[in-house]
Design a protein around this ligand. Structure first.
Ligand code: NAD
Length: 499
């Protein structure tokens, strides 16, 4: 069994806390590695070294910093297969999905190559007699990222790319469930030319996170994970005077209007509901067909498609639609919620509870489930299940379907399937959710737009990647200067216009 490390000052470093977490191969259920869980002292040591390294990195011109990102992109493409294998082995997702995970992170790094343009400040010539005014975008110093298990390549890159290219040093605390890919990313950053100490990967659990929250040298924290932890980190981080953005859980609704192409909608629901075993914050977990006839026709199309899904290990290649969930605990939680749905009166029209895969009996596989006649008071509707479980809530009208999505406490993503432009436009304008798809089931914005939910799905003012990332990871300074300095106006005690 492999012992993983931290990545400190450009080298793999063993943990010294004496605490470890098991890292599983979810397909077999075997423990394949141990990851060290950092103590407060280990975290503080990494931050102190990062602070020292940041001084030179922050003073390096943006074009040179961007060139490191350019080279990093080349290395990611070179090592794509190796990274995808490592990712699937720890996470369980299929290899094409793992490549997608890396690719969507890579695209944010490509966007970061535009840093010289993005970091240009503003300038006003002759704001007063001999007076010029300009603003600078300066790095914050040391920033930290705390990331979830479900995108172990993409989300670390969404955090580290913008933070680093803006001139910050960065402490990454990845998920302890699948830490290998983040460590490999750090190695590639070093190979791309990033100076040692500027990126530190500190593995750990709550102890390491609390040390991040309380370390005064950390100026900003970007978190992605479940909502209870997001709220905790936002509250404690802000009260310690840090800039904090936290992205939390989701319950994404897809409304299917009577005029929609139902075959297209059913295909979209299967992809968005069951891809990556439903372990995506942008997965569709609630289908809301409008009208009984739409609901019946939709269910009739969904059942055969879902029953045909192939569940298996990533090593089975293209024969597999989705893999296992991440841990035995995640599997138990999903099955417990499915049981609660049955007990609370929902109709389980595809039942995956008895799913077994020969040769992989100890793997964390969960068969696909489809519920019909779900009501809004049920646990399977209110809670994020984060598994291959789709709930159908039947609505009589468009307004009822809209209210259903709007009343839910989460507001990450949502979609509508319709051929009617008026309805689609009304939906996009009125819905209180951050990312909207119109005939697009998983509307994840591309790198040059920003990503973020509303309501209990996000805490903080700015979104991830896109222009918001450059705002989050920099601080604005505005300079007013007067040249020639010899202009004499006499003393004035009044606050007055410059002209
Ligand atoms: P999680 O909240 O369990 O863990 C996220 C991070 O927080 C990890 O690094 C973990 O080590 C740390 N953590 C866990 N418990 C902690 C505690 N008690 N105190 C301090 N830190 C703690 O989330 P997860 O299971 O890794 O990821 C799945 C969740 O992430 C889902 O809710 C999903 O919707 C959400 N997610 C959201 C987005 C988004 O952009 N909104 C994207 C991906 C995933």
């Amino acid at each position: 069994m492999q012992d993983l490390t931290h990545w400190i000052n450009g080298a793999h470093v063993k943990g010294t806390s004496g605490r470890f977490a098991d890292v599983f191969n979810p397909a077999t259920g075997e423990v394949q590695a141990r990851v060290p869980l950092a103590s407060k002292d280990e975290l503080d040591h990494a931050v102190a070294a990062a602070s020292r390294a940041q001084v030179t990195w922050g003073a390096t011109n943006p074009q040179r910093r961007a060139r490191v990102m350019m080279e990093f992109v080349r290395l990611l493409n070179r090592d794509m297969d190796k990274l995808a294998q490592a990712l699937s082995r720890e996470h369980g997702k299929t290899l094409p999905d793992a490549r997608g995970d890396i690719q969507r992170g890579l695209e944010v790094i490509e966007y970061c190559i535009g840093a010289p343009q993005m970091l240009k400040g503003e300038f006003t010539d002759s704001a007063g007699p001999g007076i010029d005014m300009y603003s600078l975008r300066q790095p914050l110093g040391v920033a930290a990222g705390i990331t979830p298990f479900n995108f172990p390549a993409m989300i670390p890159m969404w955090k580290m790319g913008p933070a680093l290219v803006c001139g910050n040093a960065f402490i990454l605390k990845p998920s302890e469930r699948d830490p290998s890919v983040p460590l490999m990313l750090a190695e590639l950053m070093q190979e791309a030319g990033l100076p040692d100490g500027v990126l530190q990967v500190v593995n750990g659990d709550k102890d390491a996170v609390d040390a991040i929250l309380d370390n005064p040298a950390i100026a900003a924290i970007g978190f992605v994970g479940s909502t209870p932890i997001a709220e905790y980190i936002y509250g404690r981080g802000c009260s310690n005077g840090k800039r904090v953005q936290c992205f939390g859980g989701a319950k994404n609704h897809m409304i299917i209007m009577p005029d929609a192409d139902l075959d297209q909608a059913a295909d979209a629901l299967v992809g968005a509901g069951y891809g990556a075993a439903g372990e995506r914050c942008m997965a569709i977990s609630v289908a809301v067909p409008v009208g009984e006839a739409t609901a019946d026709a939709l269910i009739e199309r969904l059942i055969p498609r879902i029953e045909k899904l192939k569940v298996g290990p990533y090593t089975a290649g293209n024969d597999v639609d989705y893999g296992p969930v991440v841990t035995a605990a995640a599997k138990a939680n999903i099955l417990r919620l499915v049981d609660s749905g049955v007990a609370q009166g929902a109709k389980l029209v595809v039942d995956g509870r008895n799913f077994r895969l020969q040769g992989y009996e100890n793997g964390f596989f969960v068969g696909p489930h489809l519920f019909d006649h779900v009501t809004r008071d049920m646990d399977i509707y209110r809670k994020e299940i984060f598994g291959p479980v789709l709930s159908t809530v039947r609505a009589s009208t468009y307004e009822e379907a809209l209210a259903c999505a709007m009343d839910h406490e989460y507001g990450n993503g949502t979609a509508i399937f319709t051929r009617d432009g008026d309805t689609a436009r009304d939906f996009a304008n009125r819905i209180n959710v951050g990312m909207i798809g119109i005939n697009v089931p998983i509307p994840v914005p591309l790198a040059y737009h920003t990503f973020g939910g509303w309501k209990k799905s996000a805490f903080g003012d700015l979104n991830q990647h896109g222009p918001d990332a450059f705002r989050f990871y920099t601080r604005t300074k505005t300079v007013t200067s007067r040249w020639p300095s010899g202009i004499k106006e006499g003393a004035s005690l009044n606050f007055r216009p410059m002209d």
